[in-house]
Ligand binder design. Structure first.
Ligand code: SAJ
Length: 424
């Protein structure tokens, strides 16, 4: 069976490779010619450290059933077309530029009996009220008569992509029960997880709510961390003891919430619900977005305690990506922190072993002669940092711990002024 995947990012490319290994005849389409050319040459354009991605890509190349194109014309022959393009949020509203461009290109070649599967995360009611009418208008074919649509939101996380793609349960919203059989067969091959059928809008709500739920959980942890700073208790002790109580799952407070899912999906949900509601959701977003500012305030407070003029200081930032052990830095909290340091003309250097632009200098080189070490991402590679050795090369010994990464007592024994989120 011929299938097409439109959008070859963190979702689309692993999916295209998975489908190739499942022996489908796969066409990967992307608007970015450099990405298409890199893939045609057999080179991964990103996520080189993603477990299994390069290994599966090599296997797929041997099957010769995965091709790449910048043009949409060949998808005429596809029975199934997956849409996996980015759906960012700009000024708290959905930006569907890529999505609508993909839909318009697909509609030029849409023909009978094709199924379009929207894996991109969209606001509730987008597929029903925007995508389907646009497809019909631009193609002249009719929904549930000539073509069908499904909403199957992706459920993957960088650094765990194939593990999640092949095992997690999937929600499948369908435009008509007619396609239930075909989608059952398809997704039972893709994942060993359960597949649950529902309508198009419910599937969109489930996806945006599952990420909003996580954002609210993290915001609660951050709020309690700020309270613990005020109460001068260690939030990590509080969290560990709270979570010993049944049915509690207090999340990790931290330097902020980044990535292409959690900070975005609550705005997609809010954009589709009448105004002035979802107050907890809105408040959680605001609090999580304020955490990089809180890290900045802790830096300034620590420098002042040590009588260091911030504009004459040198800050060592560890971690640029949005979450540990990945090179993905979309919406990273560190980006927000750097904006503040730049605004107040405070010097800094960055190390991130996973991000090419910041992996050339080892941590020791950017920490050498610095006044303050700020841990923003809990990369495994930072686990071998020796605080006694770092204390000897720093000009002043301050640690701002954005991820409860270092042991406070140990850091203090090594002579550091230690301030952690919720543990100052
Ligand atoms: N974070 C915290 N405290 C926590 C957990 C995360 O501050 O307790 C921060 C992280 O540092 C990061 C951000 O939140 O900056 C997001 O982290 P994440 O672990 O949620 O990672 P994501 O963004 O890759 O989330 C994805 C989501 N999966 C999909 O959208 C399909 C999310 O729904 C999953 O729960 C998550 O992966 C996962 O853990 O699988």
């Amino acid at each position: 069976m011929k299938v097409s995947v439109v959008g070859l990012g963190y979702v689309g490319l692993p999916l295209a490779i998975r489908l190739s290994l499942l022996k489908y005849d796969v066409l990967g389409i992307d608007k970015n010619p450099e990405k298409v050319n890199s893939l045609k040459k057999g080179k991964l354009p990103f996520a080189k450290n993603e477990p299994k991605l390069s290994n599966y890509f090599e296997k797929s190349k041997k099957l010769k059933n995965l091709n790449f194109s910048h043009s949409f014309r060949p998808l005429k022959a596809s029975e199934i077309i997956f849409i996996c393009v980015d759906t960012p949020v700009k000024k708290q509203k959905p930006d569907y530029t890529s999505l609508l461009s993909a839909v318009d290109s697909i509609s030029k070649y849409l023909n009978k009996n094709q199924i379009i599967i929207v894996e991109s995360t969209v606001a509730p009611n987008t597929t029903k009220n925007i995508l389907i009418p646009r497809l019909e208008k631009k193609s002249g074919v009719k929904i549930n008569q000539d073509f069908f649509v499904a909403v199957v939101p992706e459920r993957i996380r960088p650094n765990h992509i194939f593990q999640q793609l092949t095992t997690l349960s999937r929600v499948i919203g369908i435009s008509s029960p007619i396609i239930r059989g075909r989608l059952t067969s398809l997704y039972n091959k893709i994942t060993s997880g359960e597949i649950d059928f529902t309508d198009l809008t419910t599937a969109e709500v489930v996806k945006t709510v599952e990420n909003t739920y996580r954002d609210v959980q993290i915001a609660f942890a951050n709020e309690i961390a700020l309270a613990c700073e005020n109460l001068e208790v260690d939030v990590n002790v509080v969290r560990n003891l709270v979570n010993k109580s049944p049915y509690r799952d207090m999340h990790q407070p931290g330097a902020g919430v980044g990535g292409h899912c959690i900070p975005k999906d609550p705005w997609l949900l809010m954009s589709s619900v009448k105004p002035y509601s979802l107050n907890i959701t809105r408040g959680a977003r605001k609090l999580n977005d304020s955490m990089p500012r809180h890290v900045f305030d802790l830096i300034i407070k620590a420098l002042q305690e040590q009588k260091i003029d911030p504009v004459k200081s040198n800050i060592a930032i560890l971690g640029y990506s949005y979450v540990e052990n990945t090179d993905d830095f979309r919406d990273s909290p560190t980006i927000a922190l750097l904006k503040l340091l730049n605004r107040y003309k405070i010097n800094f250097q960055i190390n991130d072993p996973e991000v090419r632009d910041y992996s050339k200098k080892p941590p020791s080189q950017i920490i050498n002669n610095s006044d303050c070490l700020v841990l923003m991402v809990a990369h495994d590679q930072y686990r071998n940092l020796n605080l006694d050795k770092l204390a000897k090369i720093m000009r002043h010994k301050i640690i701002i711990d954005g991820r409860n990464f270092f042991n406070r007592v140990y850091a203090q024994k090594a002579g550091f002024l230690y301030k952690g989120i919720g543990n100052v």
